[in-house]
Design a protein around this ligand. Structure first.
Ligand code: ME8
Length: 696
């Protein structure tokens, strides 16, 4: 039996967990369940990251002490994991935890002993939301993760000599490329490290909510130094309990840190360097998955488009569908793991009806009903399974896909088995064989029933990590009494057959077909009720998801002007949507200095052309006097390219460049968002104004 230690990130308990946090935890739960079924001894860690300025501010805004605030929010995470049927896990929290204080201080003392810590004056820009330094010096700068302006801070800090690890880190990535997965993320990390590493401040003077710095009561630890170390505390590092210490000895180093792409640098650069400085073994793999967007837009509380799992599960449950399993299946099947994906209610219902109700549900109900009808309710005598090769190949393909965390493909191989079984039934027509008196037909009937039931046996085992409730239900209908989780997903599965004469269970429909309109209505109703319930606790923050109007995931933020899809997610578009279910929050006030940060210029469109493979985007070349800028705008559905050439527009010139469908956009054309569909109307001028004139 080998050991397997995997972790989710430890989440900031500044707000209630949403479908994004649930995504990483569900994925880890699927892996944990899979590894257990492979026979491994698994330690699965999750938890909450409770220190730092962000939490201190959130607690102050709620009028609570940081300790009380995080302790209450922590429970929301545990509750969600219960609701989502997350299997046995360990939970670490970083505040009010003496083991953790010892772990973090131990790491620091080791690094200090080895010469990697120094105290110096620091002035620079810091992003409180992402808890990270953005640049040295006083020059204004925006965070390259969240895009928000970074705050200027200056203080005496302890620094970690990250620069000393550049060569060792590059060697690590060369020698162990599996340290960062997927491959394209490894390349990102390598080029970041190659571009040069700066030393980082690992202490804070101006905040009090953190782990005390040893021998300097004025400082607390930088929250990421503290948070990353929780991966060790969580399995017993520095525990006073010998049993927990033994656990650490057994499970460290971690086999897998599963994270979102937003926190890759901390895990793939800082964390190995902190461990190297303390002479501790390094984890085996950091896997950075993509983000879930809501209808192609980034989920954010301030935009009011956050999706919570509970109302989705409840809505599906209310139709007798296993909501929990359906959500897990959808999240893992919909997009190749590692890539970004867009959450959509329409797609969820579509997946449910086609894959679960149609393919799998039909197979289960037909098979069990036929066993009752044509085989007296029991498994017929075993047949020699000659043509097992196809099944064996699909099981192997599933195993290989799972090992590389390609869940979508792994599931498609299970659906390969489902389709084989359904094909067998259609071709053999057991209902006709049953009417025949010929011995050959009766043999064929028994063979068909046995093979179909055997397919279901394998299918329920393979589905168990992803859809444990449904898989167990199928298992029970097949008359199996052993705990499904005790079955092994290894080569023995290929040669384990159903015991003939096993009495099968009652045929019960597992996945009722969902009526799209009724299900959507229920999903919105429960999401709204959920928001109402949340209000007293988070009254100042609008938290809701909008009623989607277009299931096609078109990246609205990419268009840089309000397009129809974006109306579910921006205050402007919400105001323009009378039937929208989203409350319109009053825009927060900004200072004139804030406004002055936005550089807007008059520009003349010199050319306009469609962007390949994007029905909504146009590539514009805009002359702003001193230069001609290339921008991408989401106006193609409303403006012909030739209408735009010669038009004077307003261009925001100091946005960070970004690529939209592979085309670089260096600014944003300003437009009003009009009518329920959020039609973009470009801002222009009645008088002739010179190119490059500044708007203020
Ligand atoms: O970053 N799609 O905590 P956090 C997919 N405390 N995954 C998402 C997501 C989305 N829309 N939103 C969040 C922190 N996640 C630190 C981590 S670890 C030592 C410290 C998931 O609460 C994703 O895994 O902001 C992401 O990395 C994590 O939540 C960030 O959670």
């Amino acid at each position: 039996m080998s050991k397997y230690y995997l972790t989710t990130p430890i989440y900031y308990p500044n707000a209630r967990p949403h479908v994004g946090s649930a995504y990483t935890t569900i994925v880890c739960d699927v892996i944990a369940r899979y590894r257990r079924m492979c026979g491994d001894e698994v330690a699965f860690l999750t938890g909450t990251d409770e220190h730092g300025e962000k939490l201190q501010r959130a607690a102050a805004a709620a009028g609570e002490s940081p300790g009380d605030f995080v302790a209450a929010k922590r429970e929301l995470f545990k509750k969600l994991w219960r609701d989502l049927n997350i299997s046995e896990y360990k939970f670490v929290h970083t505040s009010q935890n003496p083991d953790h204080v010892r772990s973090v201080q131990w790491m620091l003392r080791q690094a200090n002993k080895n010469g990697y810590i120094e105290k110096k004056e620091y002035e620079g820009r810091y992003c409180v939301d992402d808890e990270r330094y953005i640049s040295d010096g006083a020059e204004p700068a925006n965070c390259d993760i969240c895009g928000r302006p970074a705050e200027l801070i200056s203080e005496q800090n302890y620094f970690f000599k990250l620069s000393a690890f550049q060569e060792r880190l590059l060697r690590l990535y060369e020698e162990r490329p599996e340290f960062v997965r997927p491959d394209f993320r490894l390349n990102e990390v390598k080029s970041f490290v190659k571009s040069g590493l700066r030393d980082i401040s690992v202490s804070r003077r101006r905040i009090k909510w953190g782990i005390p710095w040893p021998d300097d009561p004025e400082q607390v630890f930088y929250v990421w130094y503290d948070a990353l170390t929780s991966y060790m505390t969580g399995i017993g590092f520095q525990s006073e309990d010998p049993a927990r210490q033994a656990e650490f000895q057994k499970f460290w180093p971690a086999d897998l840190h599963m994270i979102g792409k937003d926190i890759l640098r901390f895990h793939a650069v800082y964390w190995p360097a902190f461990l190297m400085a303390a002479e501790m073994p390094l984890p085996k793999m950091v896997f950075a998955h993509g983000w879930i967007y809501y209808e192609a837009d980034k989920m954010s509380k301030s935009k009011g488009n956050v999706v919570y799992p509970e109302p989705i599960v409840d809505a599906l449950d209310s139709f007798g569908a296993p909501g929990n399993d359906a959500l897990r299946y959808y999240l893992l099947r919909e997009a190749p793991f590692g890539q970004d994906t867009s959450f959509s209610y329409d797609a969820l219902i579509q997946r449910f009806n086609s894959d679960l109700a149609n393919d799998l549900g039909n197979l289960v109900s037909r098979t069990v009903a036929m066993l009752h009808q044509f085989s007296a309710g029991s498994v017929p005598p075993a047949v020699s399974l000659k043509n097992q090769q196809g099944t064996i190949q699909l099981i192997t393909a599933y195993q290989e896909a799972f090992e590389r965390f390609d869940f979508s493909s792994a599931l498609s191989f299970v659906w390969g088995l489902i389709s084989e079984a359904n094909k067998l039934i259609v071709q053999a027509k057991p209902w006709e064989l049953a009417k025949s008196a010929s011995a050959a037909d009766q043999d064929k009937l028994r063979e068909t029933l046995y093979i179909t039931a055997q397919f279901l046996r394998v299918i329920s085992v393979l589905l168990c990590p992803v859809m444990p409730i449904s898989a167990k239900w199928i298992w029970k209908q097949l008359g199996q009494t052993r705990d499904l989780e005790d079955e092994r997903i290894d080569d023995s599965l290929k040669f384990k057959f159903l015991e003939p004469a096993t009495k099968v269970g009652k045929a019960e429909p597992i996945f009722p077909r969902l009526d799209k309109e009724a299900t959507l209505a229920k999903l919105y109703e429960l999401a709204e009720a959920d928001m109402e319930q949340d209000k007293p606790k988070e009254a100042s923050k609008p938290v809701q998801i909008g009623k989607p109007t277009d299931s096609s995931p078109t990246p609205s933020t990419e268009s840089r002007v309000s397009t129809p899809e974006s109306r579910v997610s921006t205050p402007e578009s919400r105001a323009a949507t009378p039937d929208s279910r989203i409350p319109t929050p009053a825009p927060s006030q900004i200072s004139i200095e804030d406004f002055a940060k936005v550089d807007m210029r008059v520009g003349e469109v010199v050319s306009a052309e469609p962007v390949a493979n994007a029905t909504k985007l146009l590539k514009l070349m805009v002359d702003i006097g001193a230069e001609v800028r290339q921008v991408v705008a989401g106006v193609a559905e409303y403006y012909q390219p030739e209408q735009l050439v010669g038009m004077k527009v307003v261009l925001v010139t100091n946005l960070q460049p970004r690529k939209l469908r592979g085309v670089e956009s260096n600014g944003m054309v300003v437009a009003a968002s009009v009518g329920p569909e959020g039609r973009p109307v470009l801002a222009t001028f009645k008088e002739d104004v010179p190119k490059g004139a500044k708007l203020k």
